[in-house]
Design a protein around this ligand. Sequence first.
Ligand code: DGJ
Length: 534
Amino acid sequence: MNLRTLLALAAVFSGTVPSLSGDLPRIVHENGRHALIVDGRPFFILGAQINNSSAWPDIMPKVWPAIAEIRANTMEAPIYWEQLEPQQGMFDFSLVDTLVFQARRHNVRLVLLWFGAWKNGSMRYVPEWVKKDTAQCGRVEDASHQRMDILSVYCPATLALDQKAFAALMGHLEEVDGTLCTVIMVQVENETGTWGTPRDYSPEAERQFAEPVPRELISALGKREGSWKEVFGNQAEEAFAAYGMARYVNAVAFTGKAVYPLPMYVNAALRNPEDSGARAGANYPSGGPAYSVIDVWKAAAPAIDLLAPDIYLPSRTAYAATLALYNRADNALFVPEMSNDPSNARFLFSVIGRGGIGFSPFGIDYTGYVNAPLGWNEVSPVALKPFAEEYALLGPMIREIAEWSFKGMVTTAIEEQHVPLQRFDCGRWHVTVSYGLPEFGFGDNPPGNPSLDGCALVAQLGPDEFLVAGIDARVQFALSSSAKGEHMEYRRVEEGVYEAGTWRFRRLWNGDQTDWGLNFKHVPFVLKVKLGTY
Ligand code: DGJ
């Protein structure tokens, strides 16, 4: 046991989460923006989440080639309670070790997903000995008191067992990884909330639902005291479920952080913001961190650093609306899972543009499993190409992007249907991004790309200096409001790459390469642009 563990245990007894973070990964906040700090600097997760049953030593050889293909800097992989603690109190860390040691060899960081008492709103990943212990580990009951395949959060024994297993996992991680920090973040449980019932109706849940809303929640939300129905109206059951779930998950996270304080998040199976009739428990799991109960979660789960949307929604507008809902001054934006449909790749630029800390398509391995229609109908180099292309473009300078984004210096654009031209201002400069144009020739009527895959990133490095990157887009600069007779000119346009934080110049762009705007196709390069006026 090292010093950090000793101090952490002391902190558990004194009831405070230790601030022993030193150089450990952590989330920081400034001016309403957020950064994931890894090795002392902002980091952005260019992620890939593997399939649920892929984190086994015999299967990993089919995983690594896909991770390499997509060029992820971080792999997200589950840890299964049923495997970790096959008999009560007997822990098997071999899968954790396999992941950590192999990730180091493959030069990627890890986000580990604790598939504990909750996975997609059910209890499928708990060890058999927990499943059998129905006396201590009670089940959720629906409104007609039928027991469900879901553990009740109102059973202290279940929570204690989950906490113990999670603390063992975090303790082991601290031992094997506390110095190198290959694991940079941990997901606590998976897609919590109940499907099939808006809340638990077991006797203890009924007792708590009959009580007034707890004072701490009332004061955190600035509401007037009363029963759940009086305070939350027709959202009472979902709010009650969220409060119980958030407190449970918070307790698990708190115990884990006391042992090893990595950043921890909870992922959300989403309530579709475009479906006004969506009902908790029917259209999305009730009690998970859906957008309608983010405030309840924030109040009841302070040990959770952020709530993260798993985006499998059918429309682009719902995707964008979800990013807006989870990108808050009190919540760093992270998309830990999303459909691996190749047409979703461009959303990486949206997440970066909103100052997010990471992005990860789901089901990235070559085990042959596909989760269509949620995801794409194949996982192959061809299907991964749009993601790989973006990761190849941004990966070499992702630290710089994360830093600039934390300082609010980055603006991005992604192509929208029927919107082949977008504009934004950067200081005294006006930026136009247009789609579907050739590299040569005027572009008064951009047609848009048939595949809608255009995207661009503009980082303002100084009043008149920019870094520009993109795919299938033309980027043009002009003066926002020019004094009469004042015109913009390129002073210098450099093509180059970032290597280990240093800009490496390749060539100057001029002539045809700048006469028709700055045109980006599918070859990964970055431009540094210096503007002036005459
Ligand atoms: C969301 C879950 O969090 C994932 O583990 C997985 O089950 C996907 N849904 C569906 O493939």
